[in-house]
Write a protein that binds this ligand. Structure first.
Ligand code: AMP
Length: 129
């Protein structure tokens, strides 16, 4: 069965898209640790990050870096953190999280955002890409 992220890629499920290439997609996490929390995924559906072939792994990191630099410009934060977990969705994804404190990295305190806030966040990040 296609992962929820494959359904986002195909457009079956909506998302707040930040960036897209033939191979990768970046979109806002729907239950963010902090405003601007973004997921970068390969379109190829692979469960665990270190199962990716080396080229796709390195290209995913390069794609994530570009998105992270835009997030850092668009969202007030001390830095952008990077996490790979994957316990909930078995489709490789890199979490890019604007950090102001260690709490933002803990996946415990979640930020509540309206659809309008999500849309404005997309616009702000995209303006730096
Ligand atoms: P994990 O697999 O533990 O790294 O977490 C999966 C992440 O995907 C969580 O932060 C969720 O909030 C996020 N997520 C799940 N479904 C969606 C969705 N439809 N759109 C955006 N983010 C999602």
């Amino acid at each position: 069965m296609a992962s929820i992220f494959s359904k986002i890629i195909s457009g079956e499920i909506p998302s707040y898209k930040i960036a897209e290439t033939d191979e990768f997609l970046a979109f806002l996490d729907i239950n963010p640790n902090a405003k601007g929390h973004t997921l970068c995924i390969p379109k190829k559906e692979v469960n665990k990050i270190f199962e990716l072939d080396e080229k796709t792994y390195l290209d995913l990191m390069s794609f994530s870096r570009k998105v992270a630099l835009a997030i850092e410009k668009a969202i007030p934060c001390k830095r952008v953190g990077i996490s790979v977990i994957g316990l909930e969705v078995p489709h490789v994804h890199v979490h890019l999280i604007p950090l102001n404190s260690m709490e933002d990295a803990r996946f415990v305190n979640k930020e509540s955002m309206t659809p309008e806030e999500f849309q404005n966040t997309v616009k702000a990040i995209k303006s730096y890409l």
